[in-house]
Design a protein around this ligand. Structure first.
Ligand SMILES: NC(=O)c1ccc[n+]([C@@H]2O[C@H](COP(=O)([O-])OP(=O)(O)OC[C@H]3O[C@@H](n4cnc5c(N)ncnc54)[C@H](O)[C@@H]3O)[C@@H](O)[C@H]2O)c1
Length: 258
């Protein structure tokens, strides 16, 4: 699949799946703008990807919780790119919390970044992509939004909201030739490693049985460049032109979407 001529914004581009997505898109020939709050790492990802080519990447700062920040960053990116064909939106945070005592602060933080951030980036991208005649928006949900998640109450609820939003946006924007899907990944990234480091040995044992053992393809989390990148290219390309409103696990069989 070739993305030559495609103009794409990737949020959360400083590390993890966002960084892998920037690399995959540039390798497929696209013009990419990475965005994050972590500017030093974000610039390095873009520079390194551009050196490999054949596409190009540059970087623009964004805080996805802020409407003005998203509007300014997306306007700048769209101007640099000369239009917008796709948005890949992995940016999010994950924190532990218990349903019995999750704080308002934790709840609001998770919803500001994961849910409001998805609405704002999608909404602003929608208007830019519509102006170019259509394209693709790729959100990031989670198995946590599909099942009980005793260790991550607020995160789980926020990802459930991302799933609902994705279906609604797909249903609303299909008439404008804009597809909206969500990836449900299981990838070894900094977010995954930090969650493990925050957990007790007992919690990690539970997580091993709940999350790793069900991965039919090898029993370990995937590599974002090898296992996610090609899927991101497919979903940004015209090859996926008849797929919208779907929750798509890229997780080696960890979960099933019904
Ligand atoms: N890692 C997994 O296995 C896994 C499993 C299920 C779902 N997910 C989801 O996949 C997506 C990508 O996860 P990852 O593991 O690559 O995460 P990550 O933590 O490695 O990367 C997330 C990026 O988002 C950025 N970010 C955070 N807040 C931001 C803000 N306000 N504005 C702009 N950027 C911001 C961070 O700086 C970081 O670079 C997330 O939506 C996550 O919830 C991950």
């Amino acid at each position: 699949m070739n993305l030559t001529g495609k103009r794409i914004i990737v949020t959360g581009s400083a590390r993890g799946m966002g960084a892998a997505t920037v690399r995959a898109y540039v390798k497929a020939g696209a013009q990419v703008i990475g965005m994050d709050v972590e500017d030093v790492a974000g610039i390095k990802v873009a520079v390194d990807a551009s050196e490999v080519g054949p596409g190009t990447a540059s970087y623009v700062h964004v805080d996805i919780t802020s409407r003005s920040s998203v509007e300014v960053a997306f306007a700048e990116a769209t101007k640099i790119l000369g239009g917008l064909d796709a948005l890949a939106h992995p940016a999010a945070i994950q924190r532990s919390s218990d349903a019995g005592d999750v704080s308002v602060e934790d709840w609001d933080l998770m919803f500001a970044i994961n849910v409001r951030g998805t609405m704002l980036t999608n909404q602003v991208a929608y208007h830019a992509i519509k102006a170019t005649g259509g394209g693709s928006i790729i959100n990031f949900g989670s198995i946590s939004g599909q099942r009980p998640e005793p260790g991550a109450a607020a995160y789980s609820a926020s990802k459930g909201a991302v799933h609902s939003w994705t279906r609604t946006a797909a249903g609303t924007w299909g008439k404008d030739n804009i597809r909206v899907n969500a990836i449900l990944p299981a990838m070894a990234t900094p977010m995954y490693l930090e969650a493990r480091a925050r957990s007790t040995p007992e919690q990690n044992t539970i997580s091993h049985w709940r999350n790793q053992v069900p991965i039919a393809l090898g029993g370990v989390y995937g590599d974002p460049d090898r296992d996610l990148g090609p899927v991101m290219v497919f979903l940004a390309s015209d090859a996926s032109r008849f797929i919208t409103g779907q929750l798509i696990p890229v997780d080696g069989g960890q979960t099933n979407v019904r």
